[in-house]
Design a protein around this ligand. Structure first.
Ligand SMILES: Cc1ncc(COP(=O)(O)O)c(C=O)c1O
Length: 399
């Protein structure tokens, strides 16, 4: 394969070809695992030469990566229209916190969606607070109204759309327009959609982040985060990540790149199966709200229709009249859904979730008990049969 620009290719092709430079792959298909801390130089002149460039693609020292990591970062950059580069981090949480650290300084204020992933909140409320940064939360449905929250110290907005647990879809273009007009930096946790279903930079976002742990890796066996940005913030993001010593192992980068090659077919199957199951759940008498962005129950559904190119495999639903005990009976009865954190792998998962615990700017008013499902790559008919059986246990626990 020649080394060439894949900017004009379709996303599925980019996922297959991205980062596979001949100089990095040699004679094999995937860039091999280049393990190494020390990179060796021919002589002192060569060593001095190494200091001249801080870009990917130059051997320098293990912390600056090797072809295995460069290749993955390049593929992710190619898949995000408008991107200048991608930094890799050892987890999604590291990606989020390092991005915020790249932008914020003492005295600043950051606005976060009230539907934020809980560790994002705790980073802001605990760590950033100690640093002298104030965190304020906004209603995820605020749209352009966010401008009314901007003050002289507001420096950044951290969005997540759809939101964790409750899946509200935000008006990202409107928020970015308002923020841009006030010189405020916008960051998006885009883990649910990835650049495939929501090309964030094109929609006005400055810094887009994914927990690659989920759909990029796709096999529930690696932790990783990735942050992609345009020219304006690229050097700053990269410098901060380097100052904070962020690096991913070549073994993990290899596995993530292997996952990336099949992202398109996996996402399409997660999408189709999750939609089938969400619609089936909507028809069940035990179910209240189905919080799937592609279903009208979900706040912001119209924005999803306007802005997204697809939906993935994660959503929540409300067990009508459900309490903690009957919800536990339902989840415990599932045979094909694992009980555990994370999502985005090939296997289905179920989790009891309680958004009320985390909210500060809005209240969560649905009365039933929420269950979050990740729909994996099993046959959806088997998953539906499993859910149907679990409803029997749900009824028994209620009577
Ligand atoms: C929306 C979202 N963002 C970020 C993360 C953090 O990713 P990681 O577990 O890789 O730190 C998660 C993990 O569940 C998540 O659901």
């Amino acid at each position: 394969m020649a080394d060439h620009d894949s900017g004009s290719k379709k996303p599925a092709t980019q996922a297959v070809t991205g980062g596979r430079r001949k100089t990095w792959t040699g004679a094999v298909v995937n860039p091999p695992v280049f393990r190494g801390s020390t990179h060796l130089y021919d002589d002192v002149a060569h060593l001095k030469d190494g200091l001249k460039s801080n870009d990917d693609g130059h051997f320098f020292y293990g912390r600056r990566g090797s072809p295995t990591q460069w290749s993955l970062a390049e593929a992710l950059t190619e898949m995000e229209p408008g991107a200048a580069g991608t930094m890799l981090y050892p987890s999604g949480v590291a990606a989020i916190s390092c991005s915020l650290l790249a932008i914020l300084q003492p005295g600043d204020e950051v606005l976060l969606t009230d539907s934020s992933y809980d560790p994002s909140r705790s980073f802001a409320d605990a760590f950033l607070k100690r640093m002298g940064v104030t965190a304020r939360y906004y209603d995820p449905l605020i749209g352009s109204g966010i401008a009314s929250l901007f003050g002289p110290k507001t420096k950044a907005v951290l969005m997540e759309s759809p939101g964790s647990l409750t899946f509200e879809v935000q008006d990202i273009p409107a928020i970015c327009q308002a923020a841009g007009a006030a010189d405020i930096v916008t960051l998006l946790d885009n883990t649910w959609a990835t650049s495939r279903f929501f090309p964030a930079l094109e929609q006005g976002v400055d810094i887009t982040m994914v927990a690659a742990t989920k759909y990029i890796v796709g096999h529930s066996d690696v932790m990783m985060g990735a942050v992609t940005t345009h020219d304006k913030y690229w050097a700053r993001l990269r410098r901060t990540a380097q100052q904070l010593g962020q690096v991913v192992s070549p073994d993990d980068a290899y596995l993530a790149a292997r996952g990336l090659r099949t992202l398109e077919v996996r996402l399409r199957q997660h999408e189709a199966s999750a939609l089938e199951i969400a619609h089936w759940l909507k028809g069940r008498p035990e179910v209240g709200l189905v919080l799937h962005p592609a279903l009208p129950d979900c706040p912001g559904h119209e924005l999803w229709k306007r802005d997204f190119k697809g939906s993935s495999g994660l959503f929540s639903f409300e067990l009508k009249y459900g309490d903690d005990q009957s919800r536990a009976a339902f989840i415990d009865a599932l045979q094909l859904f694992g009980i555990g954190y994370s999502w985005g792998g090939f296997e289905s998962l179920a989790l009891p979730v309680d958004p009320r615990k985390h909210r500060t700017a809005t209240t969560w008013s649905a009365s039933g008990a929420l269950v979050r499902l990740h729909i994996g790559l099993e046959d959806p008919e088997d998953l539906i049969a499993d859910l149907a059986k679990a409803f029997e246990y749900y009824h028994s626990a209620q009577s």
